[in-house]
Design a protein around this ligand. Structure first.
Ligand SMILES: [Zn+2]
Length: 502
């Protein structure tokens, strides 16, 4: 559905550009002005938990609405919206009626330019959210976090140039995934309503840093004393992981033409529990305060995992849900490799995570032996089967290919092939193609592997595949126990280095 909307926006924006090109300068200016949509978000230091929003645009129809979500609240996102008022360009009030499900009807005709004002009260933390507060909205002493869907009231669908200005307390800034408007770092240009609502931002006195490669920017917002004191570690980790992925793939993320992005925001704050969420090109991470090593590991893992999806997920995308095991599981494998590559994991902790986090979730998943991992709709109910099973398919295929080619080829080649073929296109890969590419890389037909472990329901004999390359792996009391053989040939050592992502 999102893809359809993107194509629609693309066609419409192209249409509008073509029209204004044909008109004279004056009339194109009028068209532009009349079509311009401007949001101003004001937050005062005296009441940081209130965002005053002012929006000005020409009506496409008589409905104001907020994006989907907050389904468990009768008024959805409108639960937090107060004092919504609409006036015409002369400042005269326009009658507005609140409907259900975060919608309002306005008594004005389409084409009329209006001014909309309302307030959003940041009380979202007073409610329960099944996915956690990291994908909703919250306040910290040093600023406020919003998702676009929790803040913006919209009209129409085909908006192509949306200006967002922030008016903030004097030591505050706004860290967003949107393009800057000129040199002013509190004004942004957003290319569609989808980009506006499918995004997250942090406004406050937090610490911000950014990493640029070519014309791609990764921008971080770090909050809280503890996290800011680790800023050098975060910066080194992010640069190391970013460079590892670029080198692996052969380039920066290259999504479909109508979903081009040049900037990704990563917002990290302390909380009671470690959690992470991705909306559009925004990554939100919460790290448990005074958490143990595991929670520290998971927060880094979330970052490296979500970041890899900019390639595996956004630059090359499966045609349907049958390949969630590949999208999530291979991403997990490269997440571990990248964290080893930058030195956050060593051989021992890599293997510990493989058993404790993944093998345990896999082997204790009731879907193993019952369901096929190509059942992508089960990804939330059967995390172990799909995220863990997919990782074990990745490792097995990597071992098969390395062994068959004397370490000349690996699933790194598969990643590069998919990136090269599908990056920057609107085409999608299929399950049959993955099977074919893996067979070609090893030179060994993988039909029975796929029929048994991917399309079929059989448990993957992961220890056998690890033993192909010089490991001594076994399953002992439902634990995946892995050690290196006592003496390794140089070739076996190179297989193992490849496995770790060295
Ligand atoms: Zn994922």
């Amino acid at each position: 559905m999102i893809k359809t909307l993107y194509s629609l926006v693309f066609i419409l924006s192209f249409g509008i550009a073509a029209t204004s090109f044909c008109n004279s300068d004056i009339s194109s200016n009028i068209i532009k002005q009349n079509d311009e949509i401007i949001y101003t978000v004001t937050i005062a230091s005296s009441s940081p938990k209130i965002a005053k929003v002012n929006a000005s645009f020409s009506l496409k129809d008589s409905l104001l609405y907020m994006d989907g979500g907050a389904q468990h609240l009768p008024d959805r996102w409108a639960t937090f919206v107060n004092n919504l008022e609409v006036t015409n360009t002369f400042g005269e009030p326009i009658k507005t009626e609140q409907l259900t499900a975060a919608q309002w009807k306005i008594h004005a005709s389409s084409g009329e330019r209006i001014n909309l004002t309302y307030e959003v009260k940041l009380d979202h933390e007073d409610h329960e959210w099944s996915g956690g507060i990291d994908g909703v909205a919250y306040a910290k002493e040093w600023g406020v976090f919003y998702t676009g869907r929790s803040l913006f009231v919209m009209n129409g669908e085909d908006r192509t140039r949306i200006l967002v200005h922030f008016i903030l307390p004097k030591d505050w800034k706004a860290t967003t995934p949107w393009e800057y408007l000129g040199d002013n770092n509190t004004s942004f240009v957003v290319s569609s309503l989808t980009e506006l609502t499918q995004s997250m931002f942090f406004a406050g006195s937090h610490y911000e840093f950014s990493i640029k490669r070519d014309d791609f920017e990764l921008i971080f917002a770090l909050g809280g004393e503890q996290i800011i004191s680790d800023k050098n570690e975060f910066e080194a980790l992010a640069e190391g992981v970013f460079d590892y992925y670029i080198q692996l793939m052969g380039g920066i993320p290259n999504p479909a033409p109508e979903n081009k992005f040049k900037k990704v925001v990563v917002i990290i704050n302390p909380a009671n529990v470690t959690d992470g969420e991705v909306v559009g090109n925004s990554i939100s991470i919460l790290i448990e305060e005074n958490g143990d090593q595991m929670s520290e590991m998971i927060s880094r893992f979330i970052f490296a995992h979500e970041f890899f999806h900019l390639w595996n997920g956004k630059s090359f995308t499966p045609v349907n849900e049958d390949m969630e095991w590949f999208k999530e599981g291979f991403t997990n494998y490269y997440t571990l490799k990248s964290l080893h590559h930058v030195g956050f994991l060593n051989d021992q902790s890599f293997l510990a995570v493989l058993n404790n986090l993944f093998y345990q979730r896999y082997i204790n998943d009731t879907g193993v032996g019952q369901l096929s991992m190509s059942n992508g709709a089960e990804k939330h109910g059967h995390w172990g089967l799909i995220y863990g099973g997919g990782l074990f398919v990745g490792i097995s295929q990597d071992m098969i290919i390395r062994k068959a080619t004397g370490n000349k080829k690996s699933i790194d080649d598969l990643m590069r092939q998919l990136y090269k073929k599908y990056g920057g296109t609107n085409e999608y890969y299929t399950l049959a193609e993955l099977q074919q590419l893996m067979s070609e890389l090893s030179g060994i037909e993988q039909t029975s592997f796929f029929n048994e472990y991917v399309k079929g329901v059989k448990e993957i004999p992961i220890a056998d595949y690890l033993n192909l390359i010089g490991f001594d792996a076994k399953i002992n009391n439902q634990q995946l126990v892995i050690s290196k053989k006592e003496s390794l040939t140089p070739l076996q050592q190179s297989f193992i280095d490849g496995f770790y992502g060295k």
